[in-house]
Design a protein around this ligand. Sequence first.
Ligand code: ADP
Ligand code: MG
Length: 730
Amino acid sequence: QVETLKTKVLEQAQEIGRLRSELGGTDAEKHRDLLAAENERLRQEMKACEGELRELRRQQQAPCRDCPHLQENAGLQEQLSQLQREAEETRARLVELDLEVQQKTNRLAEVELRLKDSLAERAEEEERLSRRLRDSQETIASLKSQPQQIKYIIKTVEVESAKAKQALCETQSRNQYLQEQVGMQRQVLKEMEQQLQSSQKTEAQLRAQIMLYEAELERAHGQMLEEMQAMEEEKNRAIEEAFSRAQVEMKAVHENLAGVRTNLLTLQPALRTLTHDYNSLKRQVRDFPLLLQETLRSARAEISQAIEEVHSTNRELLRKYRRELQLRKKCHNELVRLKGNIRVFGRVRPITKEDGEGPEATNAVTFDTDDDAVLHLLHKGKQVSFELDKVFPPQASQEEVFQEVQALVTSCIDGYNVCIFAYGQTGAGKTYTMEGTAANPGINQRALQLLFSEVRSKAADWDYAITVSAAEIYNESLRDLLGKEPQEKLEIKLCPDGSGQLYVPGLTEFRVQSVEDINKVFEFGHVKRVTECTNLNEHSSRSHALLIITVRGLDRSTGLRTTGKLNLVDLAGSERVGRSGAEGSRLREAQHINKSLSALGDVIYALRSRQGHVPFRNSKLTYLLQDSLSGDSKTLMMVQVSPAEKNTSETLCSLKFAERVRSVELGPVSRKAELASWPSQEQLEVTKGLLVLFLPPHPRATPGRGHTSHSSGQLSGRAASIRRKLQTSG
Ligand code: ADP
Ligand code: MG
């Protein structure tokens, strides 16, 4: 029994060893460690996923609507899908691991079950062994109570049982130890179970977290998909818009193209003609210099020929011009002779304030609307008509008057002597007509202006010198208005060279070159007159004022010389002073005036009637103006009248004087005599000294021209009667 017990114990031990080896903690521990390591790895992967997810989210949040990020987005998506794949793999691996854990747990449960079985078996065995032990002890006790023999047997048994007892003890202790070991194993198993549980818990947690992450991932994915969708839509929309726009543009371009094509079609023939034109033009341009040279040569030849022709024509013209000049002079002289070189104009001034008011100031002069040479005067209820060469009504301007006079003035440049007299009673407008006002100048100023402009226009061929003298004749004495000693009486003398010419020694003559110079001369003379007279108006009405302008010319081309003299005379008042019973100096003045005016009348009469004898010497005035009154000279008598009722008797006298002077008939015989008597213009052109006057040769009443003297005699009778009438009226 002991033997069997021993084998049994041995078996038991073996079993325990097997069990221990089977339960060997190393495998489970290894498995656990493996699981833990796997877990750790998963955790790491999870963390990496989280980081990537965060990064993705951040990138999503960042404004990346612009297309350049799309590529990045695609890359990220790819990464995401890879990560998803990895997560999927991890999940599969987790499932595998779970399965493994399950298997392990099952096996553990199995092992536990077997452990329990073996424990129960051992307990049974122990029970059986303890029972056998008790049986053996009872047997031993019964055997002791039996005889010696038995005693001996008992003793051996006792000896043997001691040994068994010791073995039992040993086995018991060994059993104890084994039980302790089993307990320890149980403890370890418990701990392992706990560990397994906690690892399962962690796994569950991890799984939940994975689920969470997956959900988040899903959401992010969904969002991303949505955004991608939206972007896709936007892209499609943009593409559609661009497409439609492109279509419209394409259409327009097509239309344009069609237009251009048609244009091209129409332009092609034009281009062809243009090319043709261009080629022909090119040819022309190539030939042009030659053509031009040819043309220039011929043009030059033509021009030089034309110039030659012009030169010869010019020479011919110059020759003709000189001949014409002579002819013109002859014709002019003839014309003057035919027309009469003495003309009589009348000028009626307007009614002025000085005429006063009432019946005395009424107008007594009327004009003929059809004939500008006729005027009617209402005198003492009777209308008397007068015919002159020209009559200026009150409204006639200075300009108009000068228009009629300017031909006379210009003839002075041609070398003629001219006299313009203003005749009339004081206040009739003599000074107004001759001098005028500053704003409205009279004949003097205008004549000089005209002379200057004429001289300027002829400056190309002629050299001219214009000189001016101013003199006054008062009480039959001549005074220089421009001289240093105006009180000095000047004398008219015969030239000592025996030429028969007259000159006034000491008469100042100013050379003038412009209107400004003339103004200065006028001012100078005027100032002198004013300072010397207590009453200028009165004085001027009793003296004759003379402005003598001499124009000397030289024709540079012909060498012809001319001298013309323009005498502008503002006569003393023609009123009949004698009637008012003046005495003393006033009477003397009146007598002198009457004498000189009637002498002027006589001279003009004698000249106009071509008398053989002209009484120049009867007054200082006529004597001084002798050369300007005779020959081809021209004389204008401007008779000034007042239209006022109170002046009608004086007006009547003035007009009668005018008409008488004018109405002298010219006879052909007397004209002949005149031609023989007076020096020709050519004779007058010779100038010497300051102011040269011509003394006419004595009328040559030759025996062969008896009819001439006869005619003169006839006319002198009429002159005497006029003189008589003038003297009585003056
Ligand atoms: P006279 O010299 O004959 O004595 P004035 O020339 O001094 O006369 O003239 C007398 C007045 O009459 C002046 O005040 C002058 O201005 C004026 N007068 C003369 N003629 C005219 C005219 N045609 N138009 C306007 N006023 C004139
Ligand atoms: Mg006057």
